[in-house]
Design a protein. Structure first.
Length: 134
């Protein structure tokens, strides 16, 4: 029973620390992490289908996701420094949500699945900061 308590305490401390680093655990963070996971999984599926699975490419993908989280942490720290709310954090979250969403759709498209153009357009619009002629 004592080992379980120690494990739970360590897990809670890590979770609290990560929540602090990411500026909370709101919908934007949840969607970003979900999209990052889905993008990685769809990338592995595409590599498997095309018989191009490579552990180095997979490792680079994981490193890329970790660097996205570093950019997010920088944004959170800047927001804390300026004390004006979550301005940079929100921009970073939305940018990378759009970026990961586009990558997911590209991965799905590589499998020959047709994609709704409007969905891709909305992700591009989000990535570009909402600038659109529509």
């Amino acid at each position: 029973m004592e080992n379980k308590t120690i494990f739970n305490s360590i897990f809670a401390c890590i979770g609290t620390f990560l929540t602090y680093l990411f500026g909370g655990w709101d919908l934007a963070i949840q969607i970003l992490i979900s999209f990052m996971t889905i993008d990685y999984v769809t990338g592995v599926i595409v590599a498997y289908i095309n018989k191009t699975v490579d552990s180095r490419v997979g490792f680079r993908g994981i490193c890329r996701k970790l660097l996205i989280m570093v950019v997010l942490i920088v944004a959170v720290l800047l927001d804390r420094l300026f004390g004006q709310g979550w301005i940079f954090r929100t921009i970073v979250c939305y940018f990378f949500i759009a970026n990961e969403g586009i990558s997911i759709l590209e991965n799905v498209g590589k499998c020959g699945i047709p994609l709704p153009t409007k969905l891709m357009n909305k992700l591009v619009q989000l990535k570009e900061g909402g600038n659109t002629d529509e």
